[in-house]
Ligand binder design. Structure first.
Ligand SMILES: C[S@@+](CC[C@H](N)C(=O)[O-])C[C@H]1O[C@@H](n2cnc3c(N)ncnc32)[C@H](O)[C@@H]1O
Length: 232
């Protein structure tokens, strides 16, 4: 992978446009309660398993209630709202305004919007200082050069942990990624970018972070690595 091939601005614009259009429809239905195809239903269930595990990790940090957590790339706000319901103060940021609007509407309906802030910002531009940062199923859309930059940006926003998911490079995933191209067009997943171990080490090194723990979450067509990192 050449380091000159990645154009951060172009990539961000492509993601914004996808997640405000076709991507919004696709992901809002996966994260919602619509009836889904078998393939997408396993993605919904796998994502729920990942969120349960991540929520457990957050609780184990022992942060005081009222601690401020950034949910970067919050999507429709499933995890943000869960955090707010548990008593954390949450900033929900997403590059796609439609995602942020949905998060705000659902948070209001759940009665927790008062404990939250909603920002249409990218992971590259969001600012502030947080007790922890979470970023789920966002960095999977970044090739290694972009991943390293984006992870460095998120790490700067906290003295605490950054908990996120990514797609590790391995033969099985590479195979499934390739296989993904063979599904009918309407079932195709958003392009997933895989990160090799040495690239992850580079990202940690650059950001002054270290890996605390990781866990592979695999459920049907949902495959991700959940990782907790902390300052070295
Ligand atoms: C697959 S969804 C995951 C949503 C949420 N984190 C979850 O797990 O429920 C990916 C989200 O990342 C957002 N996103 C993609 N690129 C982003 C960027 N550069 N900055 C902020 N959000 C981004 C998309 O708009 C979308 O809402």
């Amino acid at each position: 992978m050449s380091s000159t091939s990645f154009n951060a601005e172009e990539h961000k614009n492509m993601l914004r446009s996808y997640f405000n259009g076709q991507g919004y429809q696709r992901w809002a239905s996966i994260y919602g309660s619509d009836k889904l195809s078998t393939v997408r239903n396993t993605v919904r269930q796998g994502h729920a398993v990942m969120m349960d595990r991540a929520f457990g990790w957050i609780e184990q940090l022992g942060l005081p209630k009222g601690a401020h957590i950034l949910d970067a790339g919050c999507g429709t706000g499933l995890f943000s709202i869960r955090l707010a319901q548990a008593g954390y103060r949450v900033t929900s940021a997403d590059i796609a305004s439609q995602m942020v609007e949905k998060t705000k509407a659902d948070a209001t309906a759940a009665g927790v919007a008062g404990n939250m802030e909603f920002q249409v910002e990218s992971i590259e531009s969001v600012s502030g200082s947080y007790d922890a940062v979470v970023c789920f199923d966002v960095l999977i859309h970044y090739p290694s050069e972009g991943f390293i930059q984006a992870f460095a940006n998120l790490s700067k926003l906290t003295k605490g942990p950054v908990i996120f998911t990514y797609a590790p490079y391995n033969n099985i995933l590479a195979f499934q990624h390739w296989l993904g191209g063979y599904f009918p067009k309407k079932e195709r997943r958003t392009t997933i970018q895989m990160i090799r171990d040495e690239q992850m080490q580079q990202a940690m090194q650059g950001a002054g972070m270290e890996i605390k723990r990781k866990e592979k979450i695999s459920f049907g067509f949902y495959h991700t690595m959940l990782m907790e990192t902390a300052r070295r």
